[in-house]
Design a protein around this ligand. Structure first.
Ligand code: SF4
Ligand code: SF4
Length: 224
């Protein structure tokens, strides 16, 4: 009987859920509103004159903890826009499949050439489709909405954080100070400790006088 009642409960629950309004949406046909600082993929940018901003300095490649950036630096060559000599990247690949979205690559870029975007890549079943080539990265810069940050803004945030530690951290620093002083005051006592320990040692009993050497009788000398 109990199993029959449980079965009825399960059926009622299934029917109730079957007629509920769905809580999911058909991404990417329907896109929910995104948070202001939402960031999801990457783009490389051009400057106002249409020249590639990336100077091929490799800083983003070096700092990436997942090692998913691979750049082939071109060295210095003439800019097709200004005619001046400057650095370029010949090739730039970012494998999004293993990226942990730490944004360090964006933060270290000295010219704000690499940024994150608010629009994600098109969902895919293949990992190869998540490898962002230089062409795709520059196309993202033109076609996808940028996230709020770039290297300059992230560095400014970090500097501001260094200049004014949060009140909690300041409180902890103050609390730690007396403990440090106490430790310093205790230090000489610790140095004296061995001497005090020596003073507390029980006096050693005087050693008994050495027994007089016995002379072996003639003819019974010990053999070497
Ligand atoms: S966000 Fe972090 S893990 Fe992803 S590419 Fe940049 S540095 Fe590498
Ligand atoms: S994206 Fe920025 S950090 Fe990376 S190589 Fe280009 S200029 Fe350097």
């Amino acid at each position: 009987m109990k199993h029959f009642v449980d079965g009825l409960h399960a059926l009622a629950m299934t029917l109730r859920n079957g007629f509920r309004k769905p809580t999911t949406v058909e991404f990417p046909d329907v896109i929910r509103p995104r948070a202001e600082r939402y960031r999801t993929t990457f783009s490389l940018l051009y400057d106002e004159q249409g020249d590639q901003l990336c100077i091929g300095c490799l800083q983003c490649e070096r700092i990436c903890p997942s090692e998913v950036i691979a750049i082939k630096a071109a060295g210095k060559k003439e800019s097709p826009v200004t005619g001046k000599k400057r650095g370029y990247a010949d090739d730039f690949v970012l494998d999004l499949a293993a990226c942990i979205y730490c944004e360090l690559c964006v933060q270290v870029c000295p010219v704000d050439a690499i940024v994150m975007t608010r629009e994600p890549e098109t969902p895919t079943f293949s990992r190869e489709d998540l490898v962002l080539t230089m062409e795709r990265l520059y196309a993202n810069g033109k076609n996808r909405q940028r996230a709020w940050s770039d290297g300059t803004k992230l560095m400014a945030m970090q500097e501001a954080g260094r200049a004014a530690p949060p009140p909690k951290a300041a409180h902890h620093a103050k609390a730690a100070e007396p403990a440090k002083t106490a430790a310093v005051e205790k230090a000489p006592a610790a140095e004296k400790a061995p001497e005090a320990a020596k003073a507390n040692e029980p006096a050693k009993a005087p050693e008994p006088p050495a027994a007089p050497a016995t002379t072996a009788p003639t003819g019974t000398e010990a053999k070497p």
